[in-house]
Design a protein around this ligand. Structure first.
Ligand SMILES: Nc1ncnc2c1ncn2[C@@H]1O[C@H](COP(=O)(O)OP(=O)(O)OP(=O)(O)O)[C@@H](O)[C@H]1O
Length: 575
């Protein structure tokens, strides 16, 4: 930040604000000189008035130019804090809470408020000086006139009350706004355009979007209306005081106790007090909005800042493996038990597959192992140590993961893979090796600049990939870390055809077993394809949130249980 620019802006603003009461005094001087038929004094006063008028009219704008950069930085800083807080938590539980989502929505909308609030803070310095000068000049004419600024208190109070009304309306309408924004995103995303056309959903989504905005707007409009009445009541009180002040001086002037210049001075100053009050109310609102935005930010920070406590380090290598001891789980804000009575041992070095029907709880199990959520019952033991005792950041450094709903990072192709292990972001040989392990090297053949190709439609020359190609890069990213204790693959190959998935896992499982023998690393994958699942050392069958069968393919296939049923169904479908 440029300190010189900030200093210049403060000086310009203070000078511009102080010039306003000076202008009133200059007008009084000029009027008296004219009444006294003194052309020299009148001309001099005229020049002073003109200069002050120019200062009043222009300095504020120049000051704004200078502190523009400062406001930009404030807004940027706010956005960065919001991004950091959105991703800075240990788990992701708070993302499920409606009040957290509401606070985030309001904050996203209020981002500009930090710029405005900062400008308000700077402007209040100038305003404070102008109010002080105005007070001194008024007191010089008649100390009773000092009561005039007191009449400014009711509008200030009503202004605050009005802003509170508007703020609670913003919170109350946050959900509608959030859902409407989501619909807007759905309706304008290029990726989803095809599906919307096929189902002819554009009109339906637009209709829902319009209804939600209308709901939100109605709520906000009612609050604005109430706020306007509240504010007007305060302004009326001030207007009465203004009329009283002018009458007081006019009466004195008629009685010959005041000069015409003093009448002009009081009229001009009283008008300025009115304006100062209006400005103060606006500034106060801006400051109030900024402070409530900061309060919300602090609230989010509290929710997010669940300390990454724990006094145990993750083991260098797994010896026993991972155990789930009587684990149960319910998503925050819901009542339904998604996992119950899960008792499971995944031995060190194993390649394990989780199978089960849609909604059985497979991904939830994976999320608990990644530490996104804590079990609501029981414990997850890593080599006998309760996972709660291992700082989650340290645990995450030792896991790697590929998810079905992976992220399409619009980076250079190499970086898209390299972010899987940030210290090796640009390590081309490692990136190529990871892609090779993911059997994704063929993606590079379609890219003119290989790993240096810019991906993504946000860039004019960015290359768009197919779903399967994006997924291969995501899988490469999951395989970037060289020595994770746990590699989780939650349907990361769903966009590949079954043969390709089978080939990939066959090769991968072999490597995983070799690495697993050396480091005890566990590979855990979720797949609906039994041709892949059958390769696992251990198959975990989940049904309605419970682990109902555990074993290898041949044992489970022969047992006549759920696994053999599902396996037979799929085998029949393919034959
Ligand atoms: N964030 C969430 N909040 C509340 N409930 C959830 C959440 N995510 C999943 N659920 C519920 O938990 C249950 C298990 O979901 P989960 O995603 O673990 O199933 P899954 O076995 O991985 O299914 P699929 O094969 O369809 O991916 C489902 O009933 C689902 O509705």
């Amino acid at each position: 930040m440029d300190r010189r620019k900030t200093a210049i802006s403060v000086v310009l603003m203070v000078a511009g604000a102080a010039a306003a009461p000076g202008l009133a005094a200059g007008l009084a001087w000029m009027t008296n000189a004219i009444v006294a038929h003194d052309p020299g004094q009148a001309a001099l006063a005229g020049i002073v008035v003109a200069v002050l008028a120019v200062m009043v009219l222009t300095f504020g704008h120049f000051a704004h130019l200078a502190y523009f950069e400062l406001s930009e930085l404030a807004e940027l800083d706010f956005d960065e804090q919001l991004i950091a807080l959105s991703n800075g938590s240990v788990g992701i539980e708070h993302h499920e809470r409606a009040e957290h989502a509401d606070a985030l929505t309001v904050l996203q909308q209020e981002s500009r408020q930090f710029r405005v609030g900062l400008e308000a803070l700077l402007n209040s310095i100038g305003l404070g000086l102008a109010v002080a000068l105005t007070g001194v000049l008024l007191a010089m004419v008649n100390p009773w006139l000092l009561l005039l600024p007191l009449a400014a208190i009711p509008p200030l109070l009503t202004g605050r009350a009005a802003e509170r009304v508007r703020d609670s309306a913003r919170t109350a309408t946050a959900e509608s706004t959030r859902v409407a924004l989501n619909l807007f995103h759905l309706s304008t995303s290029a990726r989803l355009a095809g599906e919307l056309r096929v189902f002819g959903l554009a009109g339906e989504l637009r209709g829902r979007h319009t209804r939600l905005w209308a709901d939100a707007t109605r709520g906000l409009w009612r609050a604005h209306l109430a706020a306007t009445w509240i504010r007007a009541a305060g302004q009326v009180i001030f207007a009465l005081a203004y009329v009283g002040a002018v009458l007081l001086v006019v009466r004195d002037a008629i009685a010959g106790r005041r000069s015409v210049g003093e009448v002009v001075l009081v009229i001009a100053l009283a008008a300025q007090v009115n304006q100062q009050v209006t400005t103060a109310v606006t500034l106060l609102q801006d400051l109030q909005r900024m402070s409530s935005a900061y309060r919300r930010l602090a609230g989010i920070r509290d929710v997010v800042a669940v300390a990454a406590h724990g006094d145990e380090s993750p083991p260098d290598r797994l010896r026993d493996g991972i155990r789930l001891d009587d684990v149960g789980f319910t998503y925050p804000g819901t009542d339904a038990k998604v996992l119950s009575d899960v008792n499971l041992h995944i031995p060190a070095g194993a390649t394990a597959a989780i199978v089960g029907e849609n909604g059985a709880g497979k991904t939830t199990l994976v999320k608990l192992l990644c530490g996104f959520y804590r079990p609501t019952r029981g414990q997850v033991l890593i080599d006998g140590v309760d996972m709660r005792r291992i700082p989650i950041d340290a645990w995450r450094e030792r896991i790697a993961a590929g998810f079905q709903d992976f992220v399409r990072y619009e980076f250079l192709a190499g970086e898209t893979v390299g972010v899987g292990d940030l210290p090796r972001l640009d390590d081309e040989p490692e990136i190529r090796a990871a892609l090779d392990r993911a059997q994704g090297s063929d993606v590079l053949e379609h890219l003119d600049d290989g790993l240096q190709t810019q991906l993504g439609k946000s860039f004019a020359d960015g290359v768009e990939l197919s779903g399967g190609q994006w997924q291969k890069l995501a899988l490469g990213r999951a395989l970037m870390r060289s020595s994770p204790l746990l590699l989780v693959l939650d349907e990361p190959t769903s966009a590949l055809d079954p043969q390709a998935e089978h080939a990939l896992f066959e090769r991968y499982a072999e490597q995983a077993r070799r690495v697993g023998e050396a480091t005890g690393a566990i590979t855990l994958f979720v797949s609906h394809r039994f041709s892949t699942v059958r390769m696992a050392d251990l198959i975990i069958v989940v049904q309605d949130g419970r682990v109902v069968e555990v074993g290898d393919h041949s044992t489970l296939a022969a047992s006549g249980g759920l696994y053999s049923e599902l396996f037979a169904l799929q085998a029949k479908a393919y034959s």
